[in-house]
Design a protein around this ligand. Structure first.
Ligand SMILES: Cc1ncc(COP(=O)(O)O)c(C=O)c1O
Length: 402
């Protein structure tokens, strides 16, 4: 059967494919260590669970407005005031089925066929395909020096008359890099000067370490939200460990938000009613779980980095936030997909090949699982990469040989 050109141009999400493979291996009883995931192990806040249950018990779970319930939008307003220092109105905010959908409808509202969407390398795995789904042309910008963040000049050189959107994600998935103030200030100004929309994917913005403060892109513009060329994407998935609830949101100029809500109204309608109730409770309730998740992640980041540093020839970039450590494994195998597959086949550790994020030679290792998984996963990787090490590795009752 012949499918559309769009269907033919889009592949399955690499990370979701890996999750599925790891799940099948686990079900078959294999001792898989999953360092490929992107969700915290902690529970959703109790207030969120209770709010969802209370609504569920009423049995009246109805459609909501496409942009979200008034209460949901008010919670997003409250969040924006608290964390971005901007007073916005309901017309400036909308809820979606995850930040993913918010990004997607924003691209659909802004991008015409052939328009360019510029983003730094490494990038979140979905940006190129999301851009293509919106009819646009992805323009990844790679640092000439091979580092994990291009310079302002390199970003500027990629912006052309066809550029509609610059898409930034900080802290960054996969690198954990927190873009500094100078870079973000420069990007906000550049986008204003070139009349390009800046989409800030802030899904990890509260999950930063080493006492760093959150960077807020609105700090770098004097314009009101309605006039600014900024759209902020965020959600409950990562910070509140509510990945499965599928609630994200967008904040931006009201005419853009209206256009996005129109698209969403035909695409999926309002996000899940129960999940909106739960998300409202998470945003308005006690925030202790976010702080403890951040602390847990920081300890786990430190453990993973310390263990990885024991592997000679491995180049590590210490992540400043997120769940991920992005390392240059090219000294072991220039083909990171082959390396990732062989780590899974030989020692049953899931990693994500850097090529999926635009950086071949790298692997992304997640530290959002348990400390014991981190220790065991790195132990196995270390053995697999050391040709002079012992001939055998014990994994529980299993003995693996080179
Ligand atoms: C950078 C980035 N943006 C957006 C998302 C999507 O988040 P959500 O689960 O809210 O759709 C993810 C999820 O992995 C992500 O890593």
């Amino acid at each position: 059967m012949a499918f559309s050109k769009i269907a033919q141009s889009i592949g399955a999400s690499a990370t979701l494919k890996l999750n599925a493979r790891a799940g099948r291996m686990r079900q078959a009883g294999e001792p898989v260590i999953h360092l490929g995931g992107g969700e915290p192990e902690s529970q959703a806040p109790e207030s969120a669970i209770a709010a969802g249950m209370d609504l569920l018990k009423t049995g009246k779970i109805r459609y909501t407005p496409a942009a979200g319930t008034p209460t949901m939008r008010d919670a997003i307003i409250q969040y924006t005031e608290k964390f971005y220092g901007r007073k916005v109105e309901r017309a400036n905010v909308m809820a979606s089925a995850g930040a993913k959908q918010a990004i997607m409808v924003a691209l659909m509202a802004l991008v015409d066929p052939g328009d360019e969407v510029v983003f730094p390398v490494p990038y979140w795995v979905s940006y190129p395909d999301m851009t293509r789904l919106a009819g646009g042309r992805p323009v990844p910008v790679k640092a000439a020096d091979g580092s994990i963040q291009p310079t302002l000049d390199e970003m500027a050189a990629a912006i052309t008359g066809r550029t509609r959107v610059v898409l930034l994600n900080s802290p960054n998935n996969p690198s954990g890099q927190v873009y500094g103030e100078d870079f973000l200030r420069g990007m906000v100004r550049m986008c204003e000067e070139r009349d390009v929309f800046l989409m800030m994917d802030d899904i990890y913005h509260r999950l930063v370490f080493d006492g760093a403060s959150r960077v807020n892109c609105y700090d770098f513009t004097d314009r009101e939200v309605d006039e600014a060329r900024i759209i902020v994407l965020n959600g409950v998935s990562k910070q509140y460990a509510m990945t499965g609830f599928r609630i994200g949101w967008a904040v931006g100029p009201r005419d853009l938000i209206q256009a996005m809500a129109n698209i969403q109204s035909h695409q999926s309608g309002g996000p899940c009613t129960l999940s909106q109730a739960a998300a409202v409770a998470a945003i308005k309730g006690a925030q202790g779980s976010v702080g403890s998740l951040r602390k847990t992640l920081e300890v786990q980041r430190d453990e993973m980095v310390a263990l990885l540093q024991e592997i000679p020839k491995l180049k590590i970039h210490k992540p400043g936030g997120t769940f991920y450590c992005f390392c240059d494994f090219s000294a072991f195998d220039g083909d990171c997909t082959r390396l990732s597959n062989s780590l899974l086949d030989l020692v049953q550790v899931v990693t994500v090949p850097g090529v999926e994020f635009g950086m071949p030679g790298f692997l992304r290792l997640s530290y959002c699982g348990s400390l014991s998984d981190i220790r065991e996963g790195v132990r196995r990787i270390k053995w697999a990469l050391d040709p002079d090490g012992s001939a055998e590795l014990k994994i529980g009752d299993l003995v693996v040989r080179r």
